[in-house]
Design a protein around this ligand. Structure first.
Ligand code: TYD
Ligand code: MG
Length: 438
């Protein structure tokens, strides 16, 4: 048979151009042993199927365990994706060191030499143990042998893009290669009842197949996110076959590896000295987790015909819309001003519940009136200047109360008591700015 090196399309006939992916000169000959129907499966009635208890083994890295639903499930495959340099190898070497306390852990690198990994381990001050085994290997059948011989209780593959599956003529970094390697490794995980971690690089060019191409094959898919200027790293689950994908883990990349940020709200809102104009604390929601963050705005007069509009950690289109709402419904003449809006600490916020906070920051900077440092602001803004309700308001305010905030400006509609906190319900952007004194 012939198979396309890129997409894996197989046919008895040779093609100059692959009918599936359209690439030229990718067809190579291969032979396949016909396996036939080996296992005879029998359908079972639902009540006859025993409930399988899933035992989770925690990694003892709390922020990581939170994202994977409490701990690792034997036989599962976890994908850890992220851009090159974000900290995938660092995180997984730290996880490997934790797991090595309970049994042999095999770290298979197709990218770095054992010497390089040793250097990283030194930097991370990892407790050296004979249970942490490192090997440089790219060949899948050799990887399988290593896993069986070492009786590894957990395996890390760094990265899936460097694993050669069986069969000749498979192009490295192609969709077919990563798919086939993932499929075979997940069978190995199931057979050995061990967790296998796959690192996957996100590449900007479409040339290489990234982690997206194998998300459907794995049990849990995580991504490490973080800005170039920031040392904050968010681990986010986008898929979890065993639980929710709502949780995030927050880390900071330091000189000695990733350090958990156990109290992100405190971390993202730490302010020194008096509160300047343009700074607002917003209780945002990351998955199901309320996190307080500081939004900063700088509004400065410019003589330019083209005033600047910049946003870091926020969607610039949304900011533009909010600026229009401010101009129209508060009558603030901000169109001739340079406006910069920024989420402190390097987080990226996607929800509309922060609208009112962004608007308050802009107005506060424009009028050069600071907003009280004990107040939090939350609410979505509609085009007619109305403040709309947000989900999980109670959870957001509970987090704010926990950190000692005394007052909250929130959308009108829900009635409840918050111990020790003054709730200020507003209907419009105008009411909100009055309540905030800006
Ligand atoms: P790395 O884990 O190699 O990234 P990836 O595997 O995702 O490509 O880490 C990348 C960056 O992290 C690198 O620029 C160096 C930095 N780093 C630290 O700041 N502190 C550390 O302790 C380590 C190990 C790396
Ligand atoms: Mg790496």
């Amino acid at each position: 048979m012939y198979r396309c090196r890129d997409c894996g399309y197989a046919s008895l006939q040779w093609f100059g151009r692959c009918p599936q992916c359209g690439r030229w000169d990718t067809f190579t000959e291969f032979s396949e042993k016909r396996a036939g129907a080996q296992t005879i499966s029998t359908p079972q009635a639902l009540p006859e199927i025993p409930l399988e208890e899933t035992q989770r083994c925690p990694t003892q890295i709390a922020e990581f365990d939170r994202v994977i639903g409490g701990g690792l499930i034997p036989g599962s495959v976890l994908l850890v994706g992220g851009e090159p340099g974000i900290g995938k190898s660092t995180l997984l070497l730290q996880v490997a060191a934790q797991l090595a306390q309970h049994g042999p852990v095999l770290y298979i690198s197709g990218e770095e030499s054992p010497g390089q990994i040793k250097l990283r381990a030194e930097r991370l001050a990892i407790k050296e143990t004979n249970n942490l085994l490192i090997v440089h290997e790219q060949n899948l059948s050799a990887i399988r042998d290593h896993v069986l011989q070492t009786r590894a209780s957990a395996v890390i593959i760094d990265s899936i893009q460097t694993v050669f599956p069986e069969g000749e003529g498979v192009g490295l970094g192609t969709t077919y290669q990563v798919g086939q390697a993932t499929f075979e490794l997940s069978q190995l995980a199931r057979a050995q009842k061990i967790p296998i971690f796959l690192i996957g690089h996100i590449t900007k060019s479409g040339e290489f197949a990234g982690p997206k191409a194998i998300e459907h094959l794995v049990d849990i898919a995580l991504y490490i996110e973080g800005g170039r200027e920031s040392d904050v790293r968010i681990v986010r689950a986008v898929k979890d076959r065993f639980g929710s994908t709502e949780e995030i883990g927050v880390f900071q990349m330091t000189e000695s590896g990733l350090v958990e940020i156990a109290n992100p709200s405190k971390f993202f809102t730490e302010r020194i000295g008096p509160v300047p104009p343009g700074s607002v604390i917003v209780p945002t929601l990351e998955g199901t987790r309320p996190i307080l963050v500081e939004i900063q705005a700088l509004v400065a007069f410019t003589r330019s015909n083209y005033p600047q509009r910049r946003a870091t950690g926020l969607d610039l289109n949304r900011v533009a819309l909010l600026l229009a709402v401010i101009e129209k419904h508060l009558g603030a003449q901000i169109s001739g001003e340079d406006i910069y809006v920024n989420v402190a600490g390097g987080l990226t916020l996607r929800e509309t519940a922060i609208d009112l906070g962004v608007a308050a920051a802009v107005v506060s900077s424009f009028k050069e009136r600071p907003i009280d440092g004990q107040t939090v602001v939350v609410g979505e803004l509609g085009l007619s200047g109305e403040v709309r309700r947000v989900k999980k308001l109670r959870e957001r305010l509970t987090e704010a109360a926990k950190l000692g905030y005394k007052r909250a400006v929130v959308p009108a509609g829900e009635k409840f008591d918050m111990m020790g906190m003054e709730i200020c319900a507003v209907r419009t952007i105008r009411e909100a700015m009055e309540a905030l004194g800006v």
